[in-house]
Design a protein around this ligand. Structure first.
Ligand SMILES: [Mn+2]
Length: 426
């Protein structure tokens, strides 16, 4: 959507300052035995999936304030994500939510994906709302429900999601359950868990052999007394019972305040059960704000675990599926996603600067201060020139947000789709 020549000209106008900053950082890193180009290459390869539900204003249980030009169907969502990927080269895949994104014309969707060089990475089921045509209500749960008919309906919906995903080349099915209870005594904890486990087993049974099933946990909301899968331990236990294709999904916003998420990441890597990541920013709970906007040090520490796990031959964890799961009401959603990806790549770059052999030495000798200082030094390094170089090498913009603004993308989208177009999603 942004003319190639225009993008090239914009990059030219930023080039001199970018080179100056990159040159300085590259020199600094090489004095420490690090090759900047090596880090940039790893950033270029890093891809994070964009959720179809994050392209419109939303993420609120109160009023939505549409920005205009929001994508009205799956084709337009693909167009928006193609645009993001054109700008940063780091968003080449899409997470779909069924039933919002049921493909009506599979061949046409496949063609759109090819044109934009995108893939569908995962499908997500939705049993947290009732759909018009469905026979049973999920008011009191879905996979954990006391009535077999409701459970069966929810199982079939999940299997249907997998079938849609197969048509579009996805390989991952994500299950997040809103099931739980609002009041003491409402639900029998052990029996509800048992029913959930059996329902998940029925879905797992229908999973193609090269697919992964991700099980996401959340401590509270929409249920406030108990959630059926409140924590990583419950997800992990379910995965263990299901089989090798089941993995735990960590959503950064799905923890109680001050939870040590990086330690959870380390534990799951140790068990080989970290399957996926939902990035977002959290101040209090499942706020779904811009990734890295609230706790950048925590985001860095999480990447520190991920890089450590990836570089340790003793860890046999499958490739982690990285996805953004954020949606809110204030910013232009596309600018918000560019910011999120920028913060994610920045945290990753910093984690790549950590001297792991040296850190291991400090840990071995219990040198608390030096170990902490080593991490702090990586965290405080301004790695933005590396991230910008990665964008440019991937054919994108040195400064994606400024390119987006200068090219007047939102204005074009409003012209094409109208001021009042509303995206499907939360
Ligand atoms: Mn999530």
């Amino acid at each position: 959507m942004i003319d190639h020549q225009r993008l090239h000209d914009l990059n030219q106008s930023k080039q001199a300052e970018h080179q100056l900053r990159l040159g300085y950082l590259s020199d600094l890193l090489s004095r420490r035995g690090l090759d900047a180009q090596d880090v940039i290459q790893q950033l270029v390869q890093f891809q994070v999936a964009i959720p179809s539900w994050a392209l419109g204003t939303g993420g609120t249980r109160f009023g939505r304030f549409p920005l205009g030009g929001e994508p009205r169907n799956l084709e337009e969502k693909i167009q928006d994500i193609g645009l993001l990927n054109q700008l940063n080269g780091s968003s080449n895949s899409i997470s779909l939510h069924i039933p919002w994104d049921i493909p009506k014309d599979v061949a046409a969707i496949q063609q759109r994906l090819q044109e934009q060089k995108l893939v569908i990475d995962s499908v997500n089921s939705n049993t947290f709302q009732d759909q018009k045509e469905q026979a049973y209500s999920y008011k009191f749960g879905s996979l954990c429900h006391t009535e077999q008919g409701v459970r069966e309906q929810a199982i079939q919906h999940n299997i249907e999601c997998v079938r849609y995903g197969e048509q579009l080349g996805a390989k991952t099915h994500t299950v997040w359950l809103a099931d739980g209870s609002n009041f003491p005594g409402q639900q029998h904890f052990r029996r509800a868990y048992q029913r959930t486990q059996e329902s998940l087993a029925a879905i797992y049974e229908a999973l193609p052999s090269d697919w992964t099933m991700l099980i996401e946990y959340k401590p509270y909301e929409p249920n406030f007394y108990s959630m059926i899968i409140p924590d990583w331990g419950t997800s992990y236990s379910l995965c263990q019972q299901l089989g090798k294709q089941a993995q735990v999904l960590v959503d950064l916003g799905h923890h109680l305040p001050n939870t040590n998420i990086e330690q959870i990441v380390g534990r799951l890597l140790h068990f080989g059960r970290l399957g996926g990541f939902h990035f977002n920013g959290s101040m209090y709970g499942d706020d779904d704000l811009t990734t890295g906007s609230m706790k950048p040090f925590q985001l860095f520490l999480i990447f520190n675990e991920l890089v450590d796990g990836a570089q340790d031959s003793a860890v046999s964890n499958p490739a982690v599926a990285y996805m953004i799961d954020a949606s809110h009401n204030t910013k232009d959603p596309l600018e918000d996603l560019l910011q999120s990806v920028d913060n994610i790549l920045g945290a990753y770059a910093k984690a790549l600067l950590v001297d792991r052999a040296q850190l291991g030495e400090y840990q071995q000798h219990n040198d608390v201060v030096r170990a902490e200082e080593l991490l702090r030094d990586a965290f405080l390094t301004d790695v933005r020139p590396l991230v910008q170089a990665a964008y440019r090498q991937a054919g994108g913009a040195i400064d994606p947000i400024s390119a987006y603004r200068t090219a007047g993308v939102r204005e074009q989208l409003i012209q094409q789709r109208g001021k009042l177009s509303l995206s499907t999603g939360l």
